[in-house]
Design a protein around this ligand. Structure first.
Ligand SMILES: Cc1cc2nc3c(=O)[nH]c(=O)nc-3n(C[C@H](O)[C@H](O)[C@H](O)COP(=O)(O)OP(=O)(O)OC[C@H]3O[C@@H](n4cnc5c(N)ncnc54)[C@H](O)[C@@H]3O)c2cc1C
Ligand SMILES: *[C@@H]1O[C@H](CO)[C@@H](O)[C@H](O)[C@H]1NC(C)=O
Ligand SMILES: *[C@@H]1O[C@H](CO)[C@@H](O)[C@H](O)[C@H]1NC(C)=O
Length: 488
């Protein structure tokens, strides 16, 4: 069904897009095709690989490019970048395709998909792993499990490693080891001029800093080297509750957020509005086969609608998340940075789901959700290897990223839903400030949850000036501006 829709849309785009522009882009595709090695390939509309390449979790993040390129070597990425630069062709770089913002990993020009960068090479001696930038976390976890180790990566199924790492990375293991960027040892980077570099704290401290949160502003990453940590069985999974138990869940979630200090414990409480009703789904996580008494008992005691909580492999816990249920809808994220959760704030969040659910119910695809993701207040300072990073600009206060996610069916609803999610974030921000969270005034928001026109100052704060200098030195011709995203 989805494939058929995509095919039709592809044909339509081919007919309606500007013919000269299209001919120009196609000529660039042919130039690339002739220049790259036999390990890489170019695909065109109508081919199945083309559809896989442009695919996104949120369908509103997909555009129909002139062609797609799957580079197989860093050298070929360099060749492609040089051609795109000299022809000033708009392009996109896609890892796992989970960008929630339109145009961030899509283009009508040349679309680069990193799928062929799929290696997972574990080195027990250095306790690090090299992972390709075309992978999703599910595959990384599965490859590492036999070695009894893990990395600090995504919490739910299907998310790409590349965008996730380059934007920061909030993980089930963040309370213990920090953000994913705190665990990066090296980036293999193809610079905007096509040069290949291994960027480490010692080789280029500035670029290393900039790549920690700076997304696609500084080139295309082909491989990440991450620290690994011992990983055994974990405990947790998904519980869903119906509307009549909301107030009990609220109380327990607030208590968890404020009282639990065990860094191995984490939750995501998702308030949603679906089919005319508010509801809540609860993900529980403990980094060990059995959690100590008292941490999760209250969640388990509330009568549930469904429950899949047990001792399991890490990847099994990730696969238990329900996030694919809303894949293939249009969608957008927004976010508010918080310091803590309270009953009043949770009540306001629940009120947002019903308020906007009722307002936006005209769109049959309507799904509204608010992910409450409490972390320990010290998450920005917990890692022993953390160095300077573009995000967050200050490590002194831990900012908890509230994730707002709206999904819908029809393109004609785009503006209405995007406008609503802005109003909702602004309202919750005001509620939190009104409750005394004055430190969030002027605080940055998490790049991977921020809505598309968020100014870079709101992502990187006082780091923007340094990032601009680094940008000017690594990308003087501003090649990366030909790709979408938050631009330095
Ligand atoms: C269902 C779902 C769950 C999520 N869960 C979490 C979570 O638990 N924690 C969290 O922190 N975030 C989470 N996120 C947010 C996630 O971090 C971002 O969506 C991230 O962009 C996903 O990376 P990707 O590679 O899949 O995205 P893509 O859409 O492929 O890329 C995103 C951005 O990164 C750039 N990029 C991609 N590959 C490269 C590359 N090789 N070199 C340079 N730039 C590149 C793209 O150009 C684009 O701007 C979630 C998102 C979704 C949709
Ligand atoms: C979710 O969808 C992605 C494709 O986007 C897929 O790789 C992943 O295996 C799916 N997960 C589950 C649990 O079905
Ligand atoms: C519910 O949300 C709407 C929209 O943000 C807001 O105007 C209203 O004041 C809220 N009501 C309560 C009781 O919080």
């Amino acid at each position: 069904m989805i494939w058929i829709t995509l095919l039709w849309a592809t044909l339509l785009t081919a007919v309606v897009s500007r013919p000269e522009e299209r001919r120009g882009n196609l000529a660039v595709c042919e130039t690339i095709s002739r220049a790259i090695s036999s390990t890489s390939d170019v695909y065109y509309p109508g081919e199945l690989t083309y559809l896989r390449d442009i695919y996104h979790w949120a369908i509103s993040s997909t555009q129909y490019s002139a062609c797609t390129v799957e580079p197989g070597t860093a050298e070929d990425v360099g060749i492609i970048l040089r051609i795109l630069s000299s022809t000033q062709t708009p392009f996109a770089v896609k890892g796992g395709g989970h960008a929630s913002n339109p145009g961030f990993s899509s283009t009508t020009g040349v679309h680069i998909s990193m799928y062929l960068f799929s290696e997972v090479t574990y080195d027990p001696a250095s306790e690090t792993v090299v992972i390709g930038s075309g992978l999703i976390w599910d595959d990384v976890y599965e490859s590492l499990a036999p070695h009894g180790v893990n990395v600090v990566g995504g919490r739910v199924t299907g998310v790409g490693v590349a965008g996730f790492i380059l934007g920061g990375g909030f993980s089930w293991l963040t309370n213990q080891y920090g953000l994913t960027i705190d665990t990066v040892v090296a980036y293999e980077l193809v610079k905007p001029n096509g040069e290949i570099a291994t960027v480490t704290a010692n080789s280029d401290a500035d670029l290393f800093f900039a790549l920690k949160g700076g997304l696609n502003n500084f080139g295309i990453v082909t491989r990440f080297t991450l620290r690994t940590f011992p990983q055994g069985q974990v405990w947790g999974g998904l519980i869903t509750y119906t509307q009549d138990h909301l107030s009990e869940v609220n109380a327990v979630a607030v208590k968890f957020a404020n009282d639990v200090t065990d860094p191995k414990a984490a939750i995501i409480t998702t308030y949603n509005f679906l089919l005319g009703q508010p509801g809540v789904s609860q993900l529980l996580f403990y980094d060990g086969p059995t959690p100590p008494d008292g941490i999760f008992d209250d969640f388990l005691a509330i009568p549930h609608f469904s429950m899949d909580v047990k001792t399991r492999d890490f990847v099994s816990l990730v696969l238990a998340s329900p996030s694919n249920a809303t894949a293939n809808l249009r969608g957008v994220f927004n976010t508010v940075s918080l310091l803590r959760y309270s009953d009043t704030l949770i009540d306001a969040i629940v009120n947002e789901t019903t308020f906007w659910g009722a307002r936006l119910g005209f769109d049959s695809g309507l799904f509204i959700s608010y992910d409450v993701e409490p972390f320990r207040p010290n998450i920005f300072s917990v890692s022993d290897t953390r160095t300077d990073s573009a995000y967050p600009p200050s490590r002194s206060v831990g900012l908890l990223p509230l994730n707002l996610y709206y999904a819908w069916a029809f393109e004609i609803s785009d503006d209405t839903f995007q406008d609503a999610i802005r109003q909702s974030a602004a309202h919750l921000y005001n509620v939190a400030v009104g409750q005394g969270q004055s430190d969030i005034v002027g605080a940055v928001v998490y790049p991977n949850y921020a809505i598309f026109d968020t100014p870079v100052e709101s992502l990187y704060g006082s780091n923007v000036a340094r990032m601009k200098q680094i940008k000017a030195s690594v990308d003087p011709d501003n090649v990366m501006a030909l790709a979408g995203g938050f631009k330095i």
